[in-house]
Design a protein around this ligand. Structure first.
Ligand code: GLN
Length: 288
């Protein structure tokens, strides 16, 4: 049953709109209150914090209509980041589009583990394999400005988003259109980080959840979810300099096969780290 706004088609107030949206979104998993507030801030072009203390503030009919459309799309599962075109990652405000995966909080762990291994004044060459909107590459370059940051991405529309994020943030990354390492020279990097597609093709989440709105290319890791991880691990001994490090994000149930693949590719000192939810998420290994 549709909750009515008062007045339904006309102007409203911040408080009435938030109450209406919270009810509309309540059946969705996750943070219906936060989503309602972020989207109202976006519709009114005001910071979210300025809404909370002023529920009686008036909202015009045009803004009310705009907000209704946003909430309806969110109700249909479209991620908030696609509705606003923005997402924060590692404290960087990023532009995202439906051509790029929405950067996830758990991927900040991948960045943490790269930064732990990257001296602040060093000139290492760091590669982000499968950059999407550029989140990982830009976060690393922001924290380690002396490193040479290279990123490969096979999707042209995703690469355009990454390039524009780099320009807007004033962070220099060498963006290369390439299927994984195809366009790269031998032993060209000291560190490789990747968050490749690792969801199994048959996983229901790809068709039922919010994931269905995100690019298949960035999520679907083949029948067992390991297809891209296999390609990356197999290609690593060619492009990674000796003594270099590979860091991979993967599914929480993929730790064993990922470690076996890395071991067989000659990577040593394997370590697996847990994300904030307590799930295995990142495995790291070093070439001798
Ligand atoms: N962590 C993502 C998810 O399950 C998957 C990301 C990926 O395949 N790289 O929603």
């Amino acid at each position: 049953m549709e909750q009515s706004l008062t007045p339904v088609a006309g102007a409203s107030s911040v408080g009435a709109l938030l109450d209406w949206a919270r009810v509309r979104l309540a059946s969705r998993r996750g943070s219906s209150g936060l989503d309602a507030e972020v989207l109202l801030g976006f519709a009114l072009d005001r910071p979210r914090s300025s809404l909370i203390g002023f529920p009686e503030r008036g909202v015009s009919a045009a803004e009310t209509a705009r907000y209704r459309r946003l909430i309806e799309r969110r109700e249909a599962g479209v991620p908030v980041a696609y509705l606003t075109g923005r997402r924060e990652f590692y404290s960087l405000p990023l532009t995202v589009s439906s051509a790029t995966l929405v950067p996830r909080p758990e991927t900040e762990l991948l960045v943490d583990k790269v930064l732990e291994r990257l001296p602040t004044d060093g000139r290492s060459v760091v590669l982000d394999a499968g950059s999407g909107c550029g989140a990982v590459a830009l976060a690393i370059k922001h924290r380690r400005p002396h490193c040479r940051m290279v990123a490969v991405e096979c999707s042209a529309p995703a690469l355009r988003v990454a390039v524009s994020n780099g320009v807007r943030l004033g962070l220099q990354v060498e963006w290369i259109r390439s299927h994984w390492f195809d366009a790269l020279a031998n032993a060209c990097c000291d560190i490789i980080a990747a968050n490749p597609p690792y969801v199994a093709t048959g996983d229901e989440a790809l068709v039922t959840g919010d994931l269905r709105h995100e690019p298949r290319l960035a999520l679907d890791g083949g029948v067992d979810g390991l297809m891209s991880l296999r390609t990356i691990i197999a290609g690593t001994p060619r492009v990674l300099a000796s003594g270099g490090t590979l860091l991979l994000e993967h599914g929480c149930d993929q730790t064993l096969p990922v470690r076996n693949l890395m071991d067989r590719a000659g990577l040593q000192g394997l370590e697996t780290y847990l994300d904030l939810a307590g799930h295995d998420r990142v495995t790291v290994g070093r070439l001798p």
